[in-house]
Design a protein around this ligand. Sequence first.
Ligand code: G6P
Length: 611
Amino acid sequence: MCGIVAYIGPKEAYPVVLKGLKRLEYRGYDSSGVALLNNGLKVYKKKGKVADLEESLVGKDVHAHIGIGHTRWATHGEPSDRNAHPHTSSNGKMAMIHNGIIENYSQLKNELLKKGYVFESDTDTEVLLKFIEDIQLNNECGLEEAVRIALKRVVGAYVIVLIDQDHPDTLIAARKGSPLVIGIGKGEHFLASDATPIIEYTKEVVYVNDYELAIIRPGELVLKNLGNEKITPFVQKLDLELAAIEKSGYDHFMLKEIFEQPQTIFDCLRGRLDANAGAITMAGVQNNIDQLKNASRIIIVACGTSWHAGLLAEYIFEELCRIPVEVEYASEFRYRNPVVHKGDVIIAVSQSGETADTLVAIEKAKEQGALIFGVVNAVGSSIARVSNAGAYTHAGPEIGVASTKAFTAQLVVLTLIALKVAHEKKTIDTSRFMHLLSELHEIPEKVELTLRSAPKVKALAEKYRDARDFLYLGRGYNFPIALEGALKLKEISYIHAEGYPAAEMKHGPIALVDEHLPVVFVATRDSYHEKIVSNIQEIKARKGKVIAVISEGDENISRMADDTIEVPEADELVAPILSVVPLQLLAYYIGVAKDLDVDKPRNLAKSVTVE
Ligand code: G6P
């Protein structure tokens, strides 16, 4: 949560920082602010989106060659101008931005209150800055030393960046648990929560590690640990193009990302799947094949949409590999003292690779000797780096807050892993293996065909936009898709929606059914087909409105349902990759019909780096 950007170098800092903040708005958009150093410190901040800040700064003096900026997802203190970052020190000379949570902030605040410090905001960030200021005063040390001492006492997660008008040529940054990338240009440096604000200036980057401090002056980057020892920066080349993070003519990133799926799935399969030769090439799996094959148990940890991908993977792994699988919310797993054995394999599924709960969950499991296998989209992210092995989803940067293309890529990667392990373990016969490879091979084209339903889904969105609640039902492989469809609708349109296993519906949700309730059935042809047809009848008998996602040509359901959306025929194991697409579109078009900001739904953030 929260995006941070900073610049130091010959360019005007403000435009660089502002543009960077717009790229990072997916991380939070409750308020934003910048601090600039030029003959003194200037701090500007505003409640609302980055565009509100920009508007408020028209005509203001924003000239500077060193600047920091922040876009906030509120944790401590309501969204307001006052609680917006950057925060300033008591002497008004220093400004700081922060992404993360300082857990012992109230203890530090009490110490400072006793010393007479006054607080302008409700944030933990202001506490940390004033704590640093106090250490500097008491120890008569420089800022760098004060930051180091302060961070040794801090409990929690942070990326901080500080500027000080007494050192107008220096940026100080530090990280623990939240992401920080430093871009290295010619005589200039760019700092950001991810690489998207950096790529148009340079492709040389350094990912800062936990407990590292960066001291940056024009043309100079010094990395140190908290023990004040120098560390040689590991410079990497970014594999990311600017076009990948722009809207390319679409109204919203979410729509662009939904429509990118034929390509992203193709990219995800490329070099891995050879359907003719009957081969799957995945180095991360191959190098750990014995541990994967012989796993006593697979535990999948994830949050949000990634958890839904994990749930579907449970069905697939158990079916194909005959290995018991548990799917855990990372936030629960990390705190509940779970039993983890050496022979267990933990699969962490994450788009951002930065979700705090998932990260801590795998760190804990790693300590207990389990193999950590990351299924991550963001290359070089924290979860990818903590994992012992992994497979990237290669969906490219996902900017829309509601996950779409990352989800389908996760399904593809998880299916590939299960197939490869099953093949090696000989728990799948050759003809089924070959059949599923060719089914996967055809998925990009079938997603392309599925997207042709967009105009029809748009019309349905108009029809159902005013519903107060929605129910999403599915069975077997389509149950996680019902959950995902409901989540998408909640996130984007603010309509209450529940996903349920279709049969379980009789144990509660059926009480909600009346002529006003739209019920979305994910009812493609599979082994449960007859059962779900009965469930549709049960809803119709109670006058519910049925919208069914069906396999093409399913006239039986077409006759019963109020509305249908067809997807191409596919094996039941891969069909969910198709059936989720109309549900993504439905959520999108209802959000648009209600004139909501679908790329930045209220209260949400794409990357949840606080627990
Ligand atoms: C947030 C996002 C979701 C995402 C979840 C997990 O809630 O809004 O789209 O599914 O975090 O994030 P991850 O990056 O770990 O997949």
